[in-house]
Design a protein around this ligand. Structure first.
Ligand code: BGC
Length: 744
C-alpha cells in the first residue's frame, strides 16, 4: 500500500513536469482562449474521446462492463470515467491520461453520490420529508466535501424526477410528488454539491437527472414508456430541471424513457429547444447508461450509427458507457451526417468544465490522500447526518400519546428484521457507505435507556421470505414487555433503480408477525423503513403508533431512538401521498377536479366502489408530540392587481405541552381558467418552532408569478378571476379564503 502511494506521488511529479506548455497557457490565457487553442490541436479521434464516458471495474452501476477501459484511457479514447474513486485509484488513472496521451487532457471522474459519500444521509425522499432546504443543501455540501477528497469531480445527482407512482422504485431518489417542493430541493441540492464555486476542492459538478419525465413511467415499471402532454411535461416534470439549471447545474443527464414516442436521448425538442434555447443551459448533457444504444430497442434507431447520429444531433454531448460515439461518430462525420461543428460544440462544453475544475492546472487536485483521511466521516459530518436523519422522520400515528416511550423504567421488546440491521438503513445508491458504520435501532436505544429499563430483542422474521420460525420467540418476548417496538419495512434494494414493485405491502411475513404481536395485547409501535410509500391499511387501523423512518443512513439508530424516547420531537412531513391500496395509484394531492367531482351520496361521481378517493396519509402530513392549531386566516385585501402583492396571514399556536416545529403550508387554486387547474397547488411554506402555548402570526406574500400557469397557448400567464388560498398543516387539513385577481 505504502509502495503504491509513493509511486503515485512520484508519477505525479513527473506528470506535472511534463505539462509546462499547458500550464503556461492556463496562466496567460483565459478559459475560452485555452479551450479554443486546445481544440484546434485535437484530431477528430481525440475530440470523440472527450465525448466518451466509461465505467471502471471498481464499482458497478449498470448491466455490462467494457473490457479494456485502461487501454482506452492510455489511447485517449475516453475523456471521463465513472465508478472510480479513492485518491489513489483516481491518481493512477489520471496519471495514465496525462502521461500517456498525446495532448494530456485530464480525465473527469464521476460517481453516483446520491445521499452522502461515506457518511450516509437519509435517502433523498427521506431528506425531502424534512422540508428543510438548508439541511438538504448542507447534506449535499458534505457529500461533495467527502467525495471530492476521494478523487471525484462530478456526481450524478440530484435526481429531480417528480414521482407520483410509488410502485416506481426510483421514487426513493427524488423529492416526491410535488413540483414546487421538488424545485426548491433541486436548487438546494445543486447549490450544496457545487458549493461557492466550481473548482474549489470541496465541490462536485452536479448533474440533474433524468431529463425528462422518467418518473412518469407507465404502471410505475422502471424504464417503461411515458406518454404525457406537453402541458403536463411543462407544469409537473420540467420545473425542477429548470430550477437546477437556474441554480447553475453543470450537467444534465438524459433519461432512459421515451416521451410520447421520442426517447429522451434522441429528443431535440427537450435537449436543444427547451434546455439550450429556452433555458440557456451552458453545461454539458450526458446520456444515461447506454441510453443511446437503447434507442434501437425503442425502435427509434435502426442501428448504432443512426442512434449516435440522433443523439448528437439532438443535443447529447457525452455518451455514457455505450461506446457508440467512440465507434460511430468519425464515420458519421465522413458521411456528413454529423458536422464537425456539432462535435466541437460538445467538446468545448466538456473542456470548459474541466478547465473550471482546475484540472489543466493540476489534474490531481482532487486526488489527495491527506484530505481523504481528514474529510471523510469527519465528526461534524456525522453530526449533520444525525440532525438530518431526525428531521426526516415522520410520525404518522400516535394514539393515546403512546410515544414518546418512558426512558426510566419498564421493558421494551424490540422486534423485527430491521431492528438490529446494519445493512438496510444505508438505502439504495449509498455511494461508498459502509454498513459497519451504521447505528441500528437496538444500538441507539441501548445507548439511551436508563439502567432501570430493560431492552429485549428478537428478529422475528426476515424482510422478504416466508420463514415463520422466529415468530414464537418474538411473541414470547413481547409478552414479557410493557411495550413492543416493531421495526419492519423493505430491503434497501427493493427501491432505487430496477426495483419497481406491483405490491406495496410489508414484504414477506412481516405483517403476519405484526398481527401476532398486536394479539399479545401489548401496545405496539411500528417503525417503518422503506424507500417509498407502502400500503399499510391494517397497521394504520390497528397499530396505535406508526413512525415513518425511510432509510436514514449511517446515523439511523441514534435518530430513531431520540424520536422514540422523546429527546427529539418529530417534525417531518410527507413529500408524497401514501395510498390506501395500489388500485388508487396514482394518488396525488394536486389532481384536477373532473366534471363529476366526488360526492359520496351520488353514485355518478368520480370515485371507487370499494375504497375512498383520499390517500391513507396525505401529502404534507406529519404529527408532532405537541399539537398546533390554525386560526384567523386573513388577506390584506380582497382583490389584487398584477402589480400587487397579496399578504396572506394565519395564526399558528402550539396548544400542547412541549416545543415543536410546524411546517405551515400554503396552497392555491385558480377556480376558473382557460384550461382546467388542479384543485390545489403548494405555493409557499415555512417552518416555525413554537414553545408550549406560544402562537405566531405567519404571513406569506403572493405575487403574480404564484398565480401564473401555462394558458391555452402555452404562455406563462395569470388570468383574472377568483382564487382560493388555503393554509394549514397538510394538503387535506386547510383553512381557506377567496380573493380576486383583477386586470388592474
Ligand atoms: C442510472 C443513473 C446513474 C447511472 C450511472 C444508470 O443506470 O439510471 O441514474 O447515474 O446508471 O451509474
Amino acid at each position: 500500500m505504502q509502495m503504491v502511494k509513493k509511486v503515485g506521488r512520484m508519477l505525479c511529479m513527473c506528470v506535472m513536469m511534463s505539462l509546462p506548455a499547458m500550464a503556461q497557457n492556463i496562466a496567460s490565457d483565459g478559459e475560452e482562449a485555452f479551450v479554443e487553442q486546445l481544440l484546434s490541436r485535437m484530431t477528430l479521434e481525440e475530440k470523440i474521446g472527450q465525448l466518451t464516458l466509461y465505467t471502471s471495474d471498481y464499482d458497478v452501476s449498470g448491466p455490462f462492463l467494457r473490457a479494456g477501459y485502461l487501454d482506452d484511457i492510455k489511447a485517449g479514447r475516453v475523456g471521463a470515467i465513472f465508478n472510480a474513486f479513492t485518491a489513489a485509484f483516481t491518481r493512477k488513472l489520471q496519471t495514465m491520461a496525462v502521461e500517456q496521451t498525446r495532448l494530456k487532457v485530464p480525465l473527469l471522474f464521476g460517481y453516483d453520490v446520491i445521499h452522502g459519500f461515506r457518511t450516509i444521509f437519509p435517502i433523498p425522499l427521506g431528506e425531502a420529508a424534512s422540508w428543510d432546504l438548508a439541511a438538504i443543501e448542507k447534506s449535499a455540501r458534505i457529500a461533495a466535501t467527502e467525495a471530492s477528497a476521494a478523487g471525484l469531480h462530478w456526481t450524478f445527482a440530484p435526481m429531480v424526477d417528480i414521482a407520483r407512482d410509488p410502485r416506481w422504485g426510483r421514487i426513493a431518489e427524488g423529492a416526491g410528488e410535488d413540483t414546487y417542493l421538488g424545485s426548491l430541493i433541486a436548487r438546494a441540492r445543486v447549490q450544496g454539491f457545487q458549493g461557492q464555486a466550481i473548482g474549489r476542492d470541496d465541490t462536485l459538478l452536479a448533474c440533474a437527472k433524468h431529463f425528462a419525465a422518467y418518473g412518469a413511467a407507465e404502471a410505475g415499471r422502471d424504464y417503461n414508456s411515458v406518454d404525457i402532454s406537453e402541458r403536463t411535461l411543462r407544469e409537473v416534470y420540467l420545473p425542477p430541471f429548470q430550477a437546477a439549471v437556474d441554480a447553475g447545474a453543470a450537467t444534465i443527464m438524459t433519461s432512459f424513457n421515451e416521451i410520447s414516442g421520442i426517447p429522451s436521448t434522441g429528443n431535440r425538442h427537450l435537449l436543444t429547444d427547451i434546455l439550450r434555447n429556452e433555458w440557456k443551459f451552458q453545461g454539458f448533457v450526458v446520456t444515461d447508461y447506454t441510453s443511446i444504444n437503447e434507442m434501437i430497442n425503442h425502435g427509434f434507431a435502426a442501428n448504432e450509427a443512426e442512434a449516435g447520429e440522433l443523439a448528437i444531433n439532438s443535443g447529447v454531448d457525452m455518451d455514457m458507457q455505450g461506446a457508440i460515439f467512440q465507434n460511430e461518430l468519425a464515420k458519421l462525420v465522413a458521411q456528413q451526417r454529423v458536422s464537425v461543428a456539432a462535435i466541437d460544440a460538445a467538446v468545448r462544453r466538456i473542456l470548459r468544465l474541466k478547465y473550471k475544475l482546475g484540472l489543466f492546472a493540476n489534474p490531481f487536485a482532487y486526488s489527495d490522500e491527506t484530505r481523504e483521511k481528514t474529510r471523510i466521516m469527519a465528526p461534524e459530518h456525522l453530526q449533520a447526518a444525525f440532525e438530518m436523519a431526525k428531521k426526516a422522520i415522520v410520525l404518522l400515528k400516535n394514539d393515546g400519546n403512546l410515544l414518546p416511550l418512558a426512558k426510566n423504567g419498564g421493558t421494551i421488546a424490540l422486534i423485527g428484521p430491521l431492528a438490529d440491521n446494519r445493512h438496510e438503513p444505508l438505502g439504495s445508491w449509498c455511494g461508498a457507505g459502509d454498513w459497519q458504520h451504521v447505528m441500528t435501532i437496538r444500538q441507539g436505544l441501548a445507548a439511551r435507556l436508563s439502567p432501570g429499563c430493560k431492552l429485549l430483542y428478537a428478529k422475528g422474521c426476515n424482510i422478504n421470505d416466508t420463514a415463520r420460525d422466529g415468530f414464537a420467540e418474538a411473541v414470547q418476548l413481547a409478552q414479557q414487555a410493557d411495550v413492543i417496538v416493531a421495526a419492519m419495512g423493505e430491503e434497501a434494494i427493493m427501491s432505487g433503480e430496477a426495483a419497481s414493485r406491483a405490491n406495496l405491502n410489508l414484504p414477506g411475513v412481516q405483517e403476519e408477525l405484526l398481527r401476532e404481536l398486536k394479539a399479545s395485547g401489548k401496545p405496539v409501535v411500528l417503525i417503518l423503513m422503506n424507500g417509498r410509500p407502502l400500503t399499510i391499511p391494517w397497521a394504520a387501523e390497528h397499530i396505535p403508533a406508526i413512525v415513518e423512518c425511510w432509510f436514514l443512513g449511517t446515523q439511523s439508530g441514534h435518530a430513531i431512538a431520540e424520536v422514540l424516547l422523546g429527546d427529539y420531537n418529530p417534525s417531518g412531513r410527507l413529500p408524497v401521498s401514501f395510498p390506501r391500496t395500489i388500485g388508487q395509484i396514482p394518488v396525488y394531492y394536486n389532481h384536477k377536479n373532473t366534471g363529476r367531482p366526488l360526492d359520496v351520496n351520488n353514485k355518478y361521481t368520480s370515485k371507487y366502489l370499494d375504497v375512498a378517493n383520499s390517500p391513507l396519509y396525505p401529502f404534507g402530513f406529519g404529527l408532532s408530540y405537541t399539537r398546533f392549531s390554525y386560526a384567523n386566516l386573513t388577506l390584506n385585501q380582497a382583490a389584487m392587481t398584477p402589480a400587487d402583492k397579496l399578504v396572506v396571514s394565519v395564526e399558528v399556536k402550539n396548544c400542547g405541552e412541549r416545543a415543536g416545529t410546524e411546517t405551515v403550508q400554503l396552497y392555491l387554486r385558480d377556480e376558473f381558467a382557460s384550461v382546467t387547474r388542479p384543485v390545489k397547488e403548494l405555493k409557499k411554506f415555512c417552518q416555525i418552532t413554537l414553545q408550549p402555548g406560544e402562537s405566531q402570526n405567519v404571513a406569506f406574500a403572493l405575487a403574480l408569478n404564484d398565480l401564473s400557469f401555462y394558458d391555452r397557448n402555452m404562455q406563462w400567464t395569470a388570468e383574472p378571476g377568483t382564487f382560493v388560498v388555503m393554509v394549514g398543516a397538510n394538503a387535506s387539513d386547510l383553512l381557506s379564503a377567496r380573493f380576486e385577481l383583477r386586470k388592474r
